[in-house]
Design a protein around this ligand. Sequence first.
Ligand SMILES: C[S@@+](CC[C@H](N)C(=O)[O-])C[C@H]1O[C@@H](n2cnc3c(N)ncnc32)[C@H](O)[C@@H]1O
Length: 239
Amino acid sequence: MTWNSHVHPQRRQHKSQGPFSNPALVATYADDTPRKVPGLADLHRMAMLLLSERAQEAAHILVVGAGGGMELKAMAEAQRQWVFTGVDPSAAMLDLARRNIEPFNDRIMLIEGTVDAAQSGSFDGAACLLTLHFLDKSERLLTLKDIHRRLKPDARLVVAHHSVPSGGAERWLARSAAFADRTSVDWGKAMASAGMAGRLPLLSVAEEEALLCEAGFSDVELFYAAFSFRGWVATASSA
Ligand SMILES: C[S@@+](CC[C@H](N)C(=O)[O-])C[C@H]1O[C@@H](n2cnc3c(N)ncnc32)[C@H](O)[C@@H]1O
């Protein structure tokens, strides 16, 4: 395999790239994201540890929505023998990733496209962080099934994104918005931001877990919960 960047002819149309073609958002992404997501560095470390329970030694890890490169960098630093394939439809976010992962270029291949651009059936683990909340339910299911198809039996998947208890979207998104605002405590502003974030196609916790099972995953376990963010680890069932 050549550890180069690829632009893949995208087989599936995706509507979700929207904000990630915005140069202003991409320019501030690396600074803004750790401010918005509680314990982001620890989330990366937890994802790496959960994957390492099944993917030991020289594993090949798939990262879906790899733009920015933050989780790739964290996992490549911690696991010196792992190699990675990262897919993302946003060229701008992949450029940012390329800058971030420079020291690990020889172990990371980036592909411009969605998960269907990655090779089938060969990965020892997969991560999809801060991405699935942009996809509507049917697109999410297709994405999760595509990830499942690319994992070896019993490999782990780690996901984390916005997901809220039924009926609690506005309250929890406002708490996350207040967390991200490091200059003041302004609940009016936080509620307004929550209104905007509320346009995301969020699923309830129960729907998230059901969707992972429908896509073929088992042993779905919550490992991370921080205001409106939640993360699960799941196992790719063989049947
Ligand atoms: C908030 S960023 C998260 C990036 C990175 N995973 C992180 O945690 O910093 C969401 C990323 O998902 C990508 N994305 C949007 N739709 C996607 C899809 N259908 N498949 C894969 N990635 C997608 C966007 O281009 C963007 O780079």
